[in-house]
Design a protein around this ligand. Structure first.
Ligand code: IPM
Ligand code: MN
Length: 358
């Protein structure tokens, strides 16, 4: 942090609605930069489905080397209806997460005031927790294969890799976060230790070991299936949840809908010692492409997380306040695509204006 600081941000708008939401997000970020006297040097990258269809290239290794010189990456969405599932996800998104060792996928679950939740009798005071999802291993490591493919004897394997190092750094991040949040001071280890006994045991023992360094933080355990139920029934029980890559992916879509939907759910792919990447957790929503109807708040909030990680705390808080103002004062009617009562770009402009004024 500091006045006059210049941050080099790699921008990957990506596919579908990605460019629209990123442009709204950048408008807000620029407004914050102006107000808090720092600047953003953005470098645009056209990685995504269109480029892949044109050139056959997903993400070259040279881009990873360039990314290593950035301060952060701001990503819209990756996914194209004409590209077979897995190619872009693995070739771009997961490649960045893995190669830049962004070992934390940080997903705050926060119901903003004025936002409708499908959870009965729950309000902003009840839905405020963070999922710390392990982001570089587990079932996502891409180890496995097929045998006798296409035959009746076909076999498919997909390994779930859990390393002590990978689990421990993730768990430690979760404890640090619970301490920093200073709310319920609880870390809940979400696993399936009653069936996945080997990985479950590693996660639980690691949590117990790390907890010794954080006597003020309580450690809880919850099975992932039961967690889904409690996220709906008693979200107020949670503070910081820590879990593996696959479980974290699944529960954060459920969590997103409890906070009003994918239109507001933001995420950070964090390497605390390297280059992190920020994105809305929703996909490229191809059917809404170019229609200026999708809610950009998730992307704007992801931009806020980016500033927070860069050390621009005040600017991050200001973005958060501006989002709250836009939502609580009823400027935005709904977070659903096409029902906002204004366009994607107008929401960006409104929040950018609030950022300059609040
Ligand atoms: C997410 C997404 C990705 C994931 C996909 C697009 C690979 O669902 O960020 O949650 O599974 O991690
Ligand atoms: Mn997901």
């Amino acid at each position: 942090m500091g006045k006059g600081k210049v941050y080099k941000i790699g921008v990957i708008p990506g596919d579908g609605v990605g460019p629209e939401i990123i442009s709204a997000g950048l408008e807000v970020l620029k407004s914050a930069a102006k107000r808090f006297s720092f600047s953003l040097e953005t470098i645009n990258y056209d990685f995504g489905g269109e480029r892949y269809l044109r050139t056959g290239e997903t993400l070259p290794d040279s881009a990873i080397e360039e990314f290593k010189k950035l301060d952060a990456i701001y990503l819209g969405a990756i996914g194209h209806p004409d590209v077979k599932p897995g190619i872009l996800e693995k070739g771009i998104l997961l490649k960045i997460r893995f190669e830049l060792d962004q070992y934390i996928n940080l997903r705050p679950v926060k119901l903003y005031p004025g936002v409708w939740t499908p959870l009965k009798d729950k309000g902003p005071q009840d839905i405020d927790y963070v999922v710390v999802r392990e982001n570089t291993e587990g079932a996502y490591c891409g180890i496995g294969g097929t045998f006798k493919k296409g035959s009746q004897d076909e076999i498919a394997t997909q390994l779930d890799i859990n390393t002590r190092k990978g689990v421990e750094r993730c768990v430690r991040y979760a404890f640090e976060l619970a301490k920093k949040r200073n709310k319920k001071k609880t870390v809940t280890c979400v696993d399936k230790a009653n069936v996945l006994t080997f990985s479950g045991d590693l996660w639980r023992r690691t949590c117990q070991d790390v907890q010794k360094e954080y006597p003020e933080i309580k450690l809880d355990y919850a099975f992932v299936d039961a967690t889904c139920m409690w996220m709906v029934k008693n979200p107020e029980w949670f503070d910081v949840l820590v879990t593996n890559n696959m479980f974290g992916d699944i529960i954060t879509d459920l969590a997103a809908i409890t906070q009003g939907g994918l239109g507001v759910a933001a995420g950070g792919n964090i390497n605390p010692h390297g280059v992190s990447m920020f994105e809305p957790i929703h996909g490229s929503a191809p059917k809404y492409t170019g229609k200026n109807v999708i809610c950009p708040i998730a992307t704007i909030a992801a931009g806020g997380m980016m500033l927070e990680t860069l050390g621009e705390k005040e600017a991050a808080e200001c973005i958060e306040k501006a989002i709250c103002k836009a939502l609580s004062e009823g400027h935005i009617k709904s977070l659903e695509a096409g029902k906002m009562g204004m366009g994607t770009s107008e929401v960006g402009t409104l929040i950018a204006k609030f950022v300059s004024e609040i």
